[in-house]
Design a protein around this ligand. Structure first.
Ligand SMILES: [Zn+2]
Length: 133
């Protein structure tokens, strides 16, 4: 499958979206939160670069006829699924280690529930994308 998302998935668009997300986050969570949020948003493009076939543009709307990017891990579904599952597990562990120990009382319960729900949704998303459910 080739995805034509030359606006949202171009390198420059991803950088702009990441900066905007970081600026919004700065207002609520300060400099550190801004860096974390903008990095997380941009990580989508980096992770897509790993799995997409060469269908990711550098400039919005694939302007300039530059080569399209993508390392094509989706061509190897079992390996792709393993890498994506590992990323969900690693992300869940990082989330748990960075947030849950600092949270107290109900915040702790909410943090665990939110992290668990997100991990379940990501695994379901992985299963549906691999098996086409
Ligand atoms: Zn994407």
């Amino acid at each position: 499958m080739i995805i034509h998302a030359h606006y949202t998935h171009s390198l420059i668009s991803a950088l702009i979206i990441s900066i905007i997300a970081g600026l919004i986050a700065w207002r609520f969570w300060g400099k550190r939160g801004s860096i974390v949020i903008s990095s997380v948003v941009f990580s989508h493009w980096l992770l897509d670069l790993l799995v997409h076939r060469a269908d990711m543009a550098i400039l919005p709307r694939a302007f300039g006829n530059f080569p399209l990017l993508g390392l094509g891990l989706w061509k190897l579904p079992i390996i792709s699924m393993g890498v994506e599952l590992a990323l969900v597990i690693i992300g869940s562990i990082l989330y748990y280690r960075s947030l849950v120990p600092k949270a107290k009382g109900n915040q702790r319960k909410h943090a665990i529930a939110a992290g668990g729900l997100m991990a379940i949704l990501l695994i379901l998303s992985l299963v549906t994308s691999v098996f086409g459910v």
